[in-house]
Design a protein around this ligand. Structure first.
Ligand SMILES: NC(=O)c1ccc[n+]([C@@H]2O[C@H](COP(=O)([O-])OP(=O)(O)OC[C@H]3O[C@@H](n4cnc5c(N)ncnc54)[C@H](OP(=O)(O)O)[C@@H]3O)[C@@H](O)[C@H]2O)c1
Length: 238
């Protein structure tokens, strides 16, 4: 979809990949970008009148409904908000596991449900969900987070099938390691969030169904396509 003049909503837009998505969308000529944030005080100054701040905690149903009401029209919804609490399968608490599901899975689903009518009103549009390469195969120490992203991967595929008749295209985004707060504890090669955001927006503009926005995820894409079991074995060694 050509980004020029389009209206886009980005969840979790106050930092990390989300903030750089806002910047990349503006650079690509978006007409309006709604920047969703739990706390509006944490939003950076994007220095652009096309940005509108919207308070949105995706785990609060009333906030999700209010955000959808605030948005008059919409072409593209980017579900970027995410958390990573549950690490080791053996030590993750029920609260950690539930927190990852609450944001990454249930929260994203509730945003999709609330925002689909806005896309329908425009005769169609795009929903892009930020997953992770860990949605395709987990690594040790990622059990709860990977499960929440795998659940979202499944819902993304279901949404693709269910929303096609409404002319809504559903896009999966599978980042590898990106240099944000979420990946602060990860000591490996990481892409910059700005570079990943640029690749994501290029992928949206190029109407890619699956976007692998960084060098590591691009390698994973090849592996996943040709040898998913091999990918599981490879990730298990990392
Ligand atoms: N960094 C990586 O290596 C990597 C790799 C694969 C996938 N991803 C995915 O990329 C997305 C962006 O992550 P990031 O790397 O930019 O991480 P980040 O810097 O930790 O940012 C996470 C964003 O999600 C927001 N958020 C968390 N809980 C929320 C809630 N309940 N409602 C609304 N917003 C909420 C945060 O807002 P607050 O500031 O209010 O907490 C923040 O804006 C996530 O979905 C993540 O899973 C990241």
């Amino acid at each position: 979809m050509n980004i020029q003049g389009k209206t886009v909503f980005v969840t979790g837009a106050n930092r990390g990949i989300g903030a750089d998505l806002v910047r990349a969308l503006l650079k690509h000529g978006a007409g309006k970008v709604y920047a969703g944030a739990r706390d509006l005080q944490t939003l950076p100054d994007f220095g652009d009148s096309r940005v509108a701040a919207v308070q949105l905690d995706v785990t609060r149903p009333e906030a999700v409904s209010a955000a959808a009401l605030q948005v008059g029209e919409l072409d593209i919804l980017v579900n970027n908000a995410g958390v990573m609490n549950a690490n080791s399968l053996l030590t993750a608490t029920p609260a950690d596991l539930a927190a990852d599901m609450a944001v990454n899975y249930y929260g994203t689903v509730s945003v999709i449900q609330a925002f689909v009518p806005l896309l329908e009103k425009k005769g169609g549009g795009v929903i892009a969900n930020v997953l992770s390469v860990l949605a395709l195969a987990p690594m040790a120490q990622t059990a709860g987070y990977a499960a929440s992203k795998a659940a979202l991967h499944s819902v993304t595929q279901a949404a693709r099938a269910e929303l096609k008749p409404k002319n809504i295209n559903v896009v999966s985004i599978f980042p590898g390691p990106i240099d944000t707060e979420m990946a602060a504890g990860l000591h490996t090669e990481k892409a910059s969030p700005a570079a990943a955001a640029e690749e994501i927006v290029n992928g949206l503009a190029g109407e890619q169904e699956d976007i692998f926005p960084d060098p590591v995820s691009a390698q994973v894409a090849g592996f996943w396509g040709s040898n998913p079991k091999g990918l599981e074995h490879h990730f298990a060694t990392l």
